[in-house]
Design a protein around this ligand. Structure first.
Ligand code: ATP
Ligand code: MG
Length: 584
């Protein structure tokens, strides 16, 4: 067959095939346009799962007659003028493809007035036929009403392959939910076959609006125990409402992810969050509403025909940042195990009991910003950084068996394993110093020489430079001997413990270049904490209070670095119940 350029009507159907996949894609594109036009009130009417009618009425800027005629042309857009604009986008749209594609596969009517001329304009047409477009006057009502009738009337195959009505309706509802969560300042009223699905007033108090919408959109219990998280690093802001690990659900459906206000599917974000729940899920799934705000030049929005996916320029950074924020947040918001019967320590797997395996290579190696979600999230969900058990005033009651500390808080009795708590505090202090490159080192009065096999000695000497950075200065002192000259000052080693520590390290260390920095640091810290000597003797009130305060500031205050619990709790409520009283 000879090579020929396709006629425009076929081009438009092919292009439409990519952009418009279902009634939900039409609804999404039209809502984007209404919001880009600055609407703060949007009414949506859908009939027969979107196959008969999708009507969006907005009070946005409206269009002049000329713009209205242009709007259905391919590549016609008012949103960007240069390629660089894509990196500082403050609109949902940028391609000038949506109306063109919708027009190609439907009967379309747009009524619009921009408030400037005496009357508005109605544009009608069908099947992408530009020559058949008609104009007529419209009443001067500010904004636009876009009506899409008989979707896919001219593409019977696409029509035939549409999903069942119930599933189409679910996707339509999901689209409205996405925008309602992303844009709390805007009111949305949504009817399906005349039945009201949502009526969300907008409002200045975006936090309260979001709260209301979250409760309506997430089914009852799911919306109750959401944990609020937020964090900012290197210009990227993350804020989220996310399930408490005790309140996970059976499916992934309640996961709403927004990047710069755009609802997206993104594997990196999803994996980062799932990794934080790794051992807590038991086959269940977290619900979440996640908002990530990033400078436009660090995300590519132009990688998917329906603008559903995006790509971060630095995926590793985003993964690491989100994973850390969520893991630390979840740990902070967990309750300690209860002291009362039936409640045992969490399984060691839950918190990574073992020294991390150094041969493991972390998985990670493989605007619309006219509003700010974080502000309003902060408004409603006050971010309390202290762990749940920390209910001041806290008083030190005493020490049991020379190793357990007893505290009274406003709401409970805490039993703290002194040894485990100090290990946790040392571990985090060390990790923090390490990250800041500020490890305090103490030279040993008598260097400790450790005998090992020549192979082990070779292995550990490959780590010499890195160990120095980690606060351990070592040198070869024979074919099978290594001498330690200094150690980090947070740890106290006896010569035997130091020798144990080094022999063990020599066995587990892999190739220093292949192991992520953080994993190396944690392995060293975990081991060092284990071997380091901790005071076991009588403790003063002040040092006990210092331990509990330092523990409060730990990212994971509930476990020692090996995964054993640091705190058991007996709440006042439990005591009241157990003693059969009504109060204490
Ligand atoms: N509801 C509306 N109110 C005001 N102007 C609108 C509306 N809908 C569309 N427009 C105008 O029509 C133009 C074309 O819309 P269309 O959705 O096809 O492209 P886009 O939004 O620019 O880009 P994209 O294809 O990525 O959505 C828009 O750039 C905008 O100027
Ligand atoms: Mg658009």
């Amino acid at each position: 067959m000879p090579v020929k350029v396709l006629p425009p009507e076929i081009v438009s159907l092919i292009a439409a095939g990519e952009v418009i996949e279902s009634p939900a894609s039409v609804l999404k594109e039209l809502l984007e346009n209404a919001l880009d036009a600055g609407a703060d009130s949007i009414n949506i009417d859908v009939k027969k799962a979107g196959k008969e009618l999708i009507r969006i009425n907005d009070n946005g800027s409206g269009m002049s007659e000329e713009d209205l005629q242009m709007s259905v042309l391919r590549h016609a857009t008012s949103k960007i003028t240069s390629y660089e604009d894509l990196h500082r986008l403050s609109s949902y749209g940028f391609r000038g493809e949506a109306l063109y594609s919708v027009f190609a596969v439907s009967r379309l009517k747009i009524s619009s007035w921009n408030g400037k001329s005496g009357a508005g304009t109605i544009l009608t047409g069908e099947g992408g036929d530009l020559s058949g477009l008609k104009l007529s006057p419209a009443p001067p009502v500010k904004g636009s009403t876009v009506e899409i009738c008989d979707l896919f009337f001219n593409t019977p195959v696409r029509m035939k392959f549409l999903k069942k009505d119930a599933s189409l309706k679910a996707s339509l509802i999901r689209v409205v939910e996405d925008f309602a969560l992303a844009r709390p300042q805007t009111s949305f009223a949504f009817k399906l076959d005349g039945r009201e699905i949502f009526n969300f007033p907008g409002g200045r108090d975006a936090g309260a609006v979001l709260d209301f919408r979250v409760r309506k959109i997430l089914a009852g219990k799911t919306s109750e125990k959401l944990i609020k998280l937020s964090s900012e690093r290197d210009g990227i802001k993350f804020s989220a409402l996310i399930s408490d690990p005790v309140n996970l659900i059976a499916s992934r459906t309640s996961q709403y992810t927004f990047v710069n206000g755009r609802s997206v599917e993104n594997r990196i974000l999803q994996q980062a969050v799932y990794k934080a729940y790794e051992h807590l899920r038991n086959g269940r799934h977290p619900a979440w509403i996640i908002f990530l705000e990033t400078p436009g030049d660090r995300v590519d929005v132009n990688i998917h025909p329906q603008k559903r996916e995006i790509k971060f320029s630095d995926e590793n950074f985003v993964f690491e940042f989100v994973h850390r924020t969520v893991s630390e947040g979840l740990l902070k918001k967990q309750s300690p195990p209860s002291l009362s019967a039936g409640n045992t320590a969490p399984s060691s797997a839950t918190q990574g009991a073992a020294v991390p395996d150094l041969d493991f290579v972390s998985e990670k190696s493989n605007n619309l910003s006219t509003y700010n979600q974080e502000d309003f999230l902060d408004h409603v969900y006050k971010n309390e950084d202290a762990p749940l058990w920390h209910n001041p005033p806290i008083t030190f009651v005493g020490q049991l068996f020379d190793s357990l500390l007893l505290f009274q808080t406003r709401k409970s009795l805490l039993l703290v394993d002194q040894h485990a708590a100090v290990e946790r505090i040392m571990f985090e202090k060390y990790a923090e110093d390490f990250n800041k490159n500020m490890i305090q080192v103490q030279a040993l009065l008598l260097p400790v020489s450790v005998e090992m096999s020549p192979a082990q000695a070779e292995n550990i000497l490959r780590w010499k430079d890195w160990l120095k950075k980690a606060g351990f200065e070592i040198n070869r002192s024979g074919p099978g001997a290594v001498t330690v000259y200094s150690t980090p000052s947070v740890f106290y080693f006896t010569p035997d413990a130091l020798s144990d520590f080094l022999s063990y390290l020599s066995e587990i260390l892999g190739n220093p270049d292949k192991v992520p920095e953080e994993l190396k640091r944690d392995s060293i810290a975990t081991l060092a904490c284990k071997k380091s000597i901790k005071a076991r003797d009588k403790i003063t009130k002040d040092s006990a209070l210092k331990i509990i305060e330092d523990l409060k500031d730990c990212a994971d205050s509930l476990h020692c670095p090996h995964g054993r619990p640091t705190i058991l709790e007996l709440t006042l409520d439990e005591l009241v119940r157990k003693f059969g009283r009504t109060s204490i």
